[in-house]
Design a protein around this ligand. Sequence first.
Ligand code: SF4
Ligand code: FES
Length: 376
Amino acid sequence: MSDAPTLARPAPATIAAPLALLAELTHRCPLRCPYCSNPLELDRASRELATADWKRVLSEAAALGVLQVHFSGGEPTARRDIVALIAHAASVGLYTNLITSGVLIDRAKMTALTGAGLDHVQLSFQDTDAASANRIAGLDHAHEKKLAVAALVREAGLPLTLNAVMHRQNLDRLPAMIELAVELGAQRLEVAHVQYYGWALPNRRALFPTYAALERATDIVEAARERLKGILTIDYVVPDYYARRPKACMGGWARQFINISPAGKALPCHAAETLPGFDWPSVLTTSLSDIWYRSDAFNRYRGTAWMPEPCQSCDRREIDWGGCRCQAFAFTGDASRTDPACALAPDRPILDAARADALGPETEFVYRQIGGAPKA
Ligand code: SF4
Ligand code: FES
């Protein structure tokens, strides 16, 4: 625990305050999903921030103008202080969202979380078929527990979002996933195709869908959006490997989000630790205000001045912000290149080759584990 310096200098007028804090409380998780977006090198429990540090970070976030905090991980309810942290976030005026697998939540925990002021729950589902869901999660009975937790969330009167990560092994059951969201009383369903970084990279051939399957899924989502207007909102994220233009990753580098790792590193996105040449600031030694407004790490790819061509003269540069820096690095070895998910990128052939490889013979799952994935 430490006393970090706080809001000493005024903020530069050109940079807006962050919208949300992503509090990755822990990398511990009873599930072992083979597409986990956590880094291959997971933070061990002994390196996690103390309760008092998290509380100070939450207070600093509220003072900075942050509106929402998303508690995630790993599995955030694996932290014994989760109720205290939610209570503290609520007490400083933050909207609190719990992103959870649900498997550690029972009725008593749900009551405590609700009493602490929790505003919203995002519950992940691996599949609609229990046997398949539990195999993907790498945990027996996980699916059955999630169904029970969804009921507890609705009983508590909290809004519920279902997170469904879709891929080759469950895409046929997308219609059933949409029906499950309606049955469970969710207001929102996030249908997210796997993005290929973190643990998803060594599992690419086990997970990557064909283009025909992706097109079918897109049609299903569009029809369901029409049919379920006013009942269920469906967010839809397609895999970058099939994109013609990249997504605005994190809404642009250091434009909306601050991500704090379990050990207290401040990052513009959860995957940024994979980028070399950065001295990531720690919330143990630097105030959130200095991190957001003044750190080299957060300023390096902020805005458009850093962009190479073709982004620099492209009329989408303030729409997608040049795509994803982590993906640009993963493909090209240089985070400042145009994201190859853009068809205009000079490095697009690298992505085309990765897509061809991903469609190769299917492999067995490499499950998430402490110590990292074996070398491919
Ligand atoms: Fe986006 Fe750059 Fe592609 Fe333009 S060239 S669409 S700004 S990634
Ligand atoms: Fe890091 Fe996209 S995941 S910028």
